[in-house]
Design a protein around this ligand. Sequence first.
Ligand code: SF4
Length: 166
Amino acid sequence: MKIAGLVHDSIVDGPGLRFVIYTQGCGLCCEGCHNPETWDYDGGFEITVDEIINQIKSNPLTDGITISGGEPFDKAADCYSLAAFAHVLGLNVWVFTGKTFEEIFTDASENNDILKFLEQIDVLVDGRYVAKERTLALKWRGSKNQRLIDVKKSLITGNGELYDGC
Ligand code: SF4
């Protein structure tokens, strides 16, 4: 899969100690995006899911993985494999996306890879970065429109249900 980078032992991309995968490629082009180098679908570098999994396994102190972007749902099949394996290891899965839960839920009705990936996510940080809504006050979010979504609950209702675990 094409990625922009990997970060071991992050403490800023969700709770606890995290292994972070930055996917490569995003077509949403939010004004003020902090990672414009991740937009180009031909950029980044190739790595296999197995290689990433081996790196995830290398630190037994890791609490969870975070998949960010770029746009993770553009690589749903590979991200599903990473998320499913993380759960086998007992790790939680957070995903940062520029799309809303409702947009993804609609896409999932026509794309089984997206549905399978969604079903493996614990918390979704959703929504485009909106520069005029920029805030430093909200944990893990860059603008006020973005939400922390409890994906298990949201899959039942079909709407983005807020995560209240932190
Ligand atoms: S969705 Fe994320 S990576 Fe894509 S342009 Fe917006 S802020 Fe940047």
